[in-house]
Write a protein that binds this ligand. Structure first.
Ligand SMILES: Cc1ncc(COP(=O)(O)O)c(C=O)c1O
Length: 413
């Protein structure tokens, strides 16, 4: 994406002072590269994009057009997929709470529901029994130890009686098909990945005479990032190929003899969208507090990193040349946000030139940002996309307004 101060000012003049910039081209590149890394080893691999990570409809539609699937975890996310025209067969419903109506609708339409608990199982059972003319596709969410020191709360403990019972229940109902197994582990470290494949394949061995239709290894992959960001992690950041090598070879070897390769699903969110969005924030003021230099931005940590992970994202400052404010050189300046939370800093320790009216553009803000931004102090900023070839600017999400946030409250008492 070619950004310049002129471009930033053009966007600002039309849509407002601070904004998200979507890089759909980067998102497509990531999708294709990740898919190819897996397919080079195990051709029957598909990407089910994790909507929750960044459910901007523009991105979800791109996934659909590229032949990817929708991984949804609520009726709200299911509604996004429906509104975009995603075929039900391409929708996988995960998550620890599922609204019964949405489960029923998706199952009857031909989509797949991965049961997380007895609560889900009861819903699925009832839909099956009440609709004997429909064959329904279900998976089961499997919880096992991947040696990451985390006791996951998702899915059935595969060593429990509940898990055995759930499999039996599904298999006893003739129009319910146990179509696959699902797993998801949040730890992105490559160390957990071979273990994920081993765990799932052991379950296939134990519970399936014939290979199921799909096996999902979930999300939990790092995406691409600048070296300055990589350096802030205490583990090496794996490449897409590293993840593929860690699991797809096991799948390939295991199913070599079996005559049928089930679909290997991965559910990336961050790995696809992390570096596909930037946030441009205008410098509002620069102050000196007992020798500490602090710039306040029209932006907040809640715009770019609501999980508050304390990492400094990659940044680039664009100087406003028409500005009458003097560019000064600063050492160890912190970028603070517009909120009244003391700890609201978007970046610590900037050194370089800066003036009021400049733009600070934050990279790698695509995952868990817009979807987690609270309606705190200000409604959210708009999102645009720039076409490098035509130089056009498209609005992806308009600026939020007072009414967007307050129409659910009562004002008359
Ligand atoms: C079931 C499931 N799949 C995929 C993901 C996406 O994870 P990530 O963005 O880490 O790839 C999540 C995240 O919580 C998830 O719960």
């Amino acid at each position: 994406m070619n950004l310049s101060i002129d471009k930033l000012q053009e966007i600002s003049n039309i849509y407002g002072d601070s904004f998200y910039i979507l890089d759909t081209e980067q998102f497509k590149i990531n999708f294709n590269e990740l898919q190819e890394a897996f397919r080079n080893i195990y051709p029957n691999t598909y990407i089910a994009y994790s909507y929750k990570t960044n459910y901007t409809p523009r991105l979800c539609k791109v996934v659909d057009r590229l032949g990817g699937f929708a991984e949804v975890v609520s009726d709200m996310e299911y509604d996004i997929a429906k509104k975009l025209g995603v075929e039900p067969e391409k929708i996988y419903f995960n998550g620890p709470y599922k609204k019964a109506e949405a489960v029923k609708e998706l199952l009857l339409a031909g989509g797949t529901v991965n049961v997380d608990s007895d609560y889900d199982l009861e819903i699925v059972k009832e839909v099956a029994i009440n609709n004997p003319e429909h064959n329904l596709s279900v998976g089961i969410r499997c919880n096992f130890d991947v040696q990451d020191g985390v006791l996951s709360r998702f899915g059935f403990d595969v060593n429990s009686k509940e898990f055995e019972d759930a499999i039996d229940t599904i298999r006893q109902i003739s129009n319910l098909k146990l179509d696959g197994l699902h797993s998801h582990f949040a730890t992105r470290s490559i160390k957990t990945w071979p273990q994920r494949a081993t765990g799932i394949l052991e379950l296939v061995d134990k519970y399936f005479e014939e290979a199921p239709r799909f096996l999902s290894l979930g999300g939990g992959l790092y995406g691409k990032m600048a070296d300055s960001l990589k350096a802030q992690f205490d583990v090496e950041i794996p490449t897409y190929e590293d993840y593929a090598n860690a699991v797809a070879n096991q799948f390939k070897a295991y199913f070599k003899e079996k005559g049928k390769q089930p679909m290997l699903l991965i559910e990336p969110g961050s790995a696809l969208v992390g570096d596909a969005m930037k946030f441009a924030a205008k410098v509002v003021s620069i102050k000196d507090v007992r020798d500490k230099k602090i710039a306040t931005l029209l932006g907040s940590i809640y715009n770019i990193n609501p999980t508050l992970n304390k990492k400094n994202p990659p940044i680039k400052v664009y100087h406003n040349e028409d500005n009458d404010k003097e560019q000064l050189t600063y050492e160890d300046l912190d970028f603070g946000g517009f909120t009244c939370i003391e700890s609201d800093y978007l970046y610590r320790g900037f050194s370089g030139e800066l003036a009021v009216g400049d733009y600070v553009v934050f990279g790698n803000v695509g995952s868990y940002s817009v979807v987690l931004k609270p309606p705190f102090i200000l409604p959210n900023f708009p999102m645009v996309e720039c076409n490098n070839d035509t130089d056009e600017i498209y609005l992806i999400k308009r600026k939020e307004c007072f009414d967007d946030l307050f129409h659910t409250f009562k004002f008359e008492f």
